[in-house]
Design a protein around this ligand. Structure first.
Ligand SMILES: Cc1cc2nc3c(=O)[nH]c(=O)nc-3n(C[C@H](O)[C@H](O)[C@H](O)COP(=O)(O)OP(=O)(O)OC[C@H]3O[C@@H](n4cnc5c(N)ncnc54)[C@H](O)[C@@H]3O)c2cc1C
Length: 276
C-alpha cells in the first residue's frame, strides 16, 4: 500500500559535514539522492523506513573532477551530468554509454551513480562498467573516509560493506587502458531493466563484467584469463558459463540469459578486434 508522506521525516543538510553529523547523531537515517529507487518502494509500500537524509545537490557530492591520475565522480552526480561531462567522455565513455540507457530523461535527470551503486541491484547498469574499470568506492562517516575496491564492495544480494553511519561520497576511476565496450539487453531501449548487461575492456589483460546473471555483478576472471592466454572463443564461453548463475524471473529466463551472455562475449571480442 502507498506510504502516506506525512508519516515521513526528511533531514536536509547544507553540506557533506552536516550530513555526516546528522547520520552520526540523529540516525538511523536512510540516505536518498535522486529518490528514484526509494520512491518506488514508498509508492508500493515495500519501503518501511521512515526517516531520510537528503543528499541531493550537496556541492561536495556533485563534482566530476580529476584527482591525480584518477577521475572522481561525486555520488550524487545524476546520469544527465555524466552524459554531458567531457571528462567522462574522454576517460570512461562506457559509463556514458550505460548512463544513456538508464531509464528515460526523467530518470537520467534524477537518478545518481551513488544511488545505483548503493541500491545494489544486480541489474544496475553502471555496475559492470565500474567493475571492469576497477573503480574505488569512497565511503565517508563523520570520523573517517575509506576507499573500497569496487569488486569487494558487494557481499551478497543487495548487501554491501557500507556501515549505517557511512555514505558513498564518490567513485574514483584510474586510467582505463584499452577499448571500452558496453551493451545492455532489455525489452526496449528506455525504461527497461536489463535482462543481461555487460561491460568489457579489450587490452592484453581483457576485463569482463556482467549484470543480471547472479546475485551481484560478476567479474568474469576465468573468462578473462582464457582470452588473455589466447584461448578460443569457445573456451572462453565455456569459462563464462561457469562464472554466471542466472535465474528465471519476471524479465527473462536463466537459459536465455546464459545464451545472451555467451553471444555478448563473442560480440565484444569481434567488435574490439584488431580490424575493428
Ligand atoms: C522508471 C525507472 C526506470 C529505471 N531504469 C533503470 C535502468 O534502466 N537501469 C538502472 O540501472 N536503474 C534503473 N532504475 C533505477 C534507479 O533509477 C537507479 O538505480 C538510480 O541510479 C538510483 O539513484 P537515486 O539517486 O535515485 O537513488 P535513491 O532512490 O535516492 O537511493 C537508492 C538507494 O541508494 C541509497 N543511496 C543513495 N545515495 C547514496 C549515497 N550517496 N550513499 C549511500 N547510500 C545511498 C539509498 O539509501 C537507497 O537505498 C530505474 C528506476 C525507475 C523508477
Amino acid at each position: 500500500m502507498r506510504t502516506a508522506t506525512r508519516a515521513l521525516a526528511l533531514l536536509r543538510p547544507g553540506s557533506l559535514a552536516e550530513a555526516l553529523a546528522m547520520l552520526r547523531d540523529e540516525g538511523p537515517l536512510v540516505p536518498i539522492a535522486g529518490c528514484t529507487d526509494v520512491y518506488v518502494g514508498l509508492q508500493f509500500g515495500t519501503e518501511k523506513r521512515r526517516r531520510f537524509l537528503d543528499l541531493w545537490g550537496l556541492p561536495e557530492l556533485t563534482r566530476i573532477e580529476e584527482r591525480g591520475a584518477s577521475l572522481s565522480i561525486g555520488a550524487a552526480v545524476p546520469y544527465a551530468a555524466i552524459l554531458k561531462s567531457p571528462l567522462v567522455a574522454a576517460r570512461i565513455p562506457s559509463l556514458a554509454a550505460a548512463a544513456r540507457e538508464i531509464g528515460g530523461p526523467q530518470i537520467q535527470n534524477r537518478g545518481t551513480l551513488g544511488g545505483n551503486i548503493a541500491n545494489g541491484s544486480p541489474a544496475g547498469d553502471s555496475l559492470p562498467v565500474l567493475a571492469v574499470a576497477e573503480a574505488t568506492v569512497v565511503l565517508a562517516s563523520a570520523s573517517a573516509e575509506r576507499g573500497i575496491p569496487f569488486t569487494s564492495f558487494y557481499t551478497g544480494y543487495r548487501k554491501t560493506v557500507m556501515r549505517p553511519d557511512e555514505i558513498i561520497v564518490a567513485v574514483e576511476i584510474g586510467p582505463v587502458e584499452g577499448k571500452q565496450w558496453f551493451r545492455k539487453v532489455g525489452t526496449r531501449a528506455a525504461q527497461a531493466i536489463s535482462k543481461v548487461v555487460m561491460a568489457a575492456v579489450r587490452s592484453p589483460r581483457p576485463r569482463i563484467a556482467l549484470g543480471s546473471v547472479a546475485p551481484t555483478v560478476v567479474r568474469a576472471t576465468r573468462t578473462e584469463e582464457a582470452l588473455a592466454r589466447g584461448g578460443s572463443m569457445e573456451e572462453a564461453q565455456v569459462a563464462l558459463q561457469s562464472e554466471i548463475h542466472p535465474i528465471d524471473d519476471l524479465r527473462s529466463t536463466a537459459a536465455y540469459r546464459r545464451r545472451v551472455s555467451g553471444n555478448l562475449l563473442a560480440r565484444f571480442w569481434r567488435e574490439t578486434g584488431p580490424s575493428s
